[in-house]
Design a protein around this ligand. Sequence first.
Ligand SMILES: [Zn+2]
Length: 139
Amino acid sequence: MGRRTRRRWVFKPPKNLYFVGTQPQMENCIILTLAEFEAMRLKHYNNLNQERAADSMGISQPTFSRILDISHQKITQALIEGKIIRVHGGNIDYKVSFIGYGCWNCDHTWEDVSASRGKKVKCVKCNSENVYYFEREII
Ligand SMILES: [Zn+2]
């Protein structure tokens, strides 16, 4: 017979047992920045150590640790207060490649998987011909 798990004390049951947003009103939301989300994902979902996770995000370990602490506080607050977690905003850059064009006239950028440097295209927004090719590689 297996060893029985010792009973754990819980002082206060959670307000919510289901953590889904049915009424996404701003006052019910905890905003988790994309960097905070990413820190949680790398550390607790991908199980990276702090050094590798910080490297992956291009930040120092103390900064990574601070971001992770903030995300823990926010998630805890959402769980305790029964709030909706909204992932939104923050000073981030996606690590995805992008090929497309930008417009000198209206600053619009758009992705085009068949884009190339020599191709003549017009801005999809303002129809200007003053367009540049640009690509962003995975870092
Ligand atoms: Zn334009």
